[in-house]
Design a protein around this ligand. Structure first.
Ligand SMILES: Cc1cc2nc3c(=O)[nH]c(=O)nc-3n(C[C@H](O)[C@H](O)[C@H](O)COP(=O)(O)OP(=O)(O)OC[C@H]3O[C@@H](n4cnc5c(N)ncnc54)[C@H](O)[C@@H]3O)c2cc1C
Length: 399
């Protein structure tokens, strides 16, 4: 390493950070990564058994195209790493009435936008839904679309494999290294000091610290919100109805209820159900990260109505997983406007994992002074408290 330390020091080894480190190392730079405690970090959003990989983004063509690009790379990574990081089991959207009804504009926009871009989702009526996906309550859902291109990533395992890959490329990954403050001279970053008492020098620091990003950079706090979202693992008596061919990744009227879920996980042997809503604003470390009794009641009520076979299944694990939300729901990837040698790659907003195959290159492009074809909308921006959350799948309760 040069006397001035790393060319690039990445803070955080979640999917944003580790793919950034790989992208920069492949361009010939000396790259270090810092992460607290040990990896995989239990509080990282990327440490999870599954994350949806979908191009269903309503009318948002940019996310659709980004996700489509990522799916091709996820498939290549399955080959490259000889491990099924990505399970292309399909993605299903269900609604209790015709998607032409105004309250289902998310599903209608998905349907129209996918076709407009030459993808081939299948429209399903009440009978087809009941026949193909019998775990859903008979005739409860009256309309739906199934898209074979989609599925889920085995998120924690994928992040671990990418971390190992980064190391083989020559990235130095430092565990038990919690960035606490920046060493700055004038308007130039020189490195980072850690809670553990170490100093790391670098020409450029990239903050990919997930939920902790707005705490490392308090100037981002007006634009970021850390929000907790309940996740449940259920163990059905008989997994047959929940195997991927009968039960793909799904959104159950998601923009009006928040509920979504995954097929029976082949390794973990559970069905995972989560809620994609505005969530509970909290501090990721100081506040308890527990699923509330109300969340449990809401889940049971949803299952009773929608997936009766799971309604009494034991819950074997719960988690309040935190989104690093930006006020508008878009990622945040840009150089710091005042401090040279400092870049932010964060703001996953509950839908960033699937973008792993391109996000690191996007952050690397921006950190090295360039742009990426998708980067402009993720730039440093001045958002007000009235900013509307734009991710269309998200359930936004009115109260
Ligand atoms: C409940 C839930 C469901 C989700 N579902 C989906 C989904 O279905 N599909 C999808 O695409 N996305 C989904 N997401 C979003 C996705 O998980 C995130 O966008 C993505 O994992 C964010 O990655 P990251 O690297 O930014 O953050 P993280 O994975 O949280 O990684 C940040 C890393 O930074 C480290 N760190 C923290 N503080 C410091 C510090 N001071 N110094 C150094 N390192 C530090 C942490 O330990 C951690 O390892 C979901 C998120 C949640 C919470």
């Amino acid at each position: 390493m040069k006397p001035s330390g790393y060319d690039f020091l990445v803070l955080g080894a979640g999917i944003f950070g580790i793919t950034t480190a790989i992208a920069l190392r492949k361009r010939g730079y000396q790259v270090g990564v810092l992460n607290p405690d040990h990896l995989p970090h239990p509080l990282a959003a990327s440490t999870d058994i599954s994350k949806a990989v979908r191009m269903e983004y309503g009318s948002d063509t940019e996310y659709l195209k980004m996700a489509a690009e990522c799916m091709e790379v996820w498939l290549q990574w399955n080959e490259r790493f000889q491990y099924p990081m990505y399970h292309p089991v399909g993605f299903l959207l269900l609604t209790p009435d015709s998607i032409e009804s105004p309250e289902f504009s998310f599903e209608l926009n998905c349907w129209q936008n996918l076709q407009l871009h030459n993808f081939q989702p299948q429209r399903l009526d009440q009978d087809q839904i009941s026949q193909r996906f019998p775990a859903f309550k008979h005739k409860y859902y009256r309309d739906g679309l199934y898209h074979a291109q989609g599925g889920y990533a085995d998120a924690g395992k994928a992040t671990e494999l990418l971390c190992e890959h980064a190391k083989t490329l020559g990235v130095l990954v430092h565990e038990q290294a919690t960035a606490q403050s920046f060493t700055i001279k004038g308007d130039q970053v020189l490195g980072v000091q850690t809670k553990e008492g170490e100093k790391y020098l670098a020409d450029h620091v990239i903050v990919c610290a997930g939920n902790f990003t707005p705490y490392l950079l308090p100037e981002l706090q007006p634009y970021f919100r850390v929000t907790g979202h309940p996740v449940f693992h259920l163990k059905p008596d008989d997994p047959t109805s929940f195997l991927a061919e009968n039960f793909p990744v799904f959104g159950a009227d998601i923009s009006n209820t928040g509920w979504y879920g995954f097929p029976y996980h082949p390794r973990e042997r559970v069905v995972k159900i989560g809620r994609h809503s505005l969530g509970l604003q909290l501090h990721p470390e100081h506040d308890p990260r527990v699923v509330s009794p109300q969340d449990h009641r809401d889940l049971r009520e949803f299952l009773k109505n929608a997936i009766p076979e799971l309604a009494r299944a034991p819950i074997v694990n719960t988690r309040l997983c935190c989104y690093t939300d930006t006020l508008d729901g878009h990622y945040w990837i840009d150089r710091h406007p005042q401090i040279k040698g400092l870049t932010v790659g964060s703001g996953g907003s509950g839908h960033g994992f699937k973008m792993g195959p391109i996000i690191g290159n996007m952050i690397a492009d921006v950190a090295t002074g360039g742009t990426h074809q998708w980067s402009s909308r993720y730039s440093w921006r001045d958002l007000s408290i009235d900013t509307v959350q734009k991710e269309e799948a998200r359930y936004k309760p009115s109260h």
